[in-house]
Design a protein around this ligand. Structure first.
Ligand code: XBP
Ligand code: MG
Length: 259
């Protein structure tokens, strides 16, 4: 089989790309979600403030509502809200989402390098696109509408659509139930150990693009760990695995999926 034929073969193996959102499509956490949480706490009259460093610890808990509950349990165990805890957390999270959406719409948060280029190339090659994120659906819609196009994604799996959030595999398994493409024909892009664990448990091959919050995490089970997806004029850096090119494109992914 010629190399072109083998590339065409491997290309047909690549049928879908699943993107995580926070930390992967865009670096939304430090200057987005974290700032929005603090703005919500201030509006609620609370003197809570999550610093950049402290928020890095809280990110071990996926899900904004789950993160608030974890913070209360661990750091403010004696805090008694004026209403039922579930309602109080939901109220704070609703405030936070209002502020986060305003930050997104202001353009304060941009897509990471290579994400739009790769997504557009996937569309040109009729490769199915999907989203699998712990973030709430309104957040995802706002980001996709601002920089991409909602219609480009066959499946958008977000937030509370599943009961168990990352590192549980539920959100990735949910995507697989909504499509006929088998797990072995997808590649996943993630940024965190929680996200990698979720994808691996759903038997999905995963590429990790790290960020300041996740660069020291364990990504042993990833197919490749890189600084970002790279651009022709801005090469990515390889952190784990073998990748000899400057940026990720459909051709390189078609080889990675067969390795
Ligand atoms: C990251 C998360 C999300 C965001 C906050 O999601 O854990 O919970 O931090 O968003 P992912 P919400 O990396 O899976 O995209 O407050 O809407 O949960
Ligand atoms: Mg993420």
């Amino acid at each position: 089989m010629s190399s072109r034929d083998s590339w065409k073969m491997s290309k047909s193996q690549l049928q879908g790309l699943i993107f995580d959102v926070d930390g992967t499509l865009a670096n939304t956490e430090r200057d987005g979600h974290r700032v929005a949480f603090n703005q919500a706490f201030a509006e609620a009259g609370l003197d809570w403030h999550w610093s950049v460093e402290f928020y890095g610890e809280l990110l071990a808990i996926a899900g904004g509502k789950e993160r608030i509950r974890f913070y209360l349990r661990k750091y403010l165990p004696d805090f008694k809200p004026s209403q039922d805890l579930k309602d109080f957390v939901a109220y704070l999270h609703k405030l936070k989402t209002k502020y986060y959406l305003a930050l997104l719409r202001s353009g304060a948060i941009e897509l990471r390098p290579g994400t739009k280029r790769l997504i557009e190339e996937a569309r040109q090659n009729s490769i199915t696109l999907a989203i699998a994120t712990t973030s709430s659906l309104p957040n995802v819609i706002a980001l996709l509408e601002k920089y991409l196009d909602l219609d480009w994604f066959e499946i958008i799996a977000a937030g509370d659509i599943v009961a168990a959030k990352k590192p549980a595999p539920d959100i990735y398994k949910y995507v697989l139930t909504k499509t006929k493409i088998p797990a072995q024909n997808w590649l996943v892009f993630e940024d965190s150990d929680n996200g990698l664990q979720a994808a691996i448990e759903a038997e999905l091959k995963t590429i990790v693009t790290v960020n300041n919050y996740t660069e020291k995490q364990d990504f042993t089970q990833a197919k490749l760990v890189i600084s970002d997806l790279g651009e022709p004029n801005k090469p990515c850096k390889v952190i784990q695995g073998s990748f000899l090119e400057d940026y990720v494109d459909i051709n390189s992914l078609s080889k990675i999926i067969t390795n």
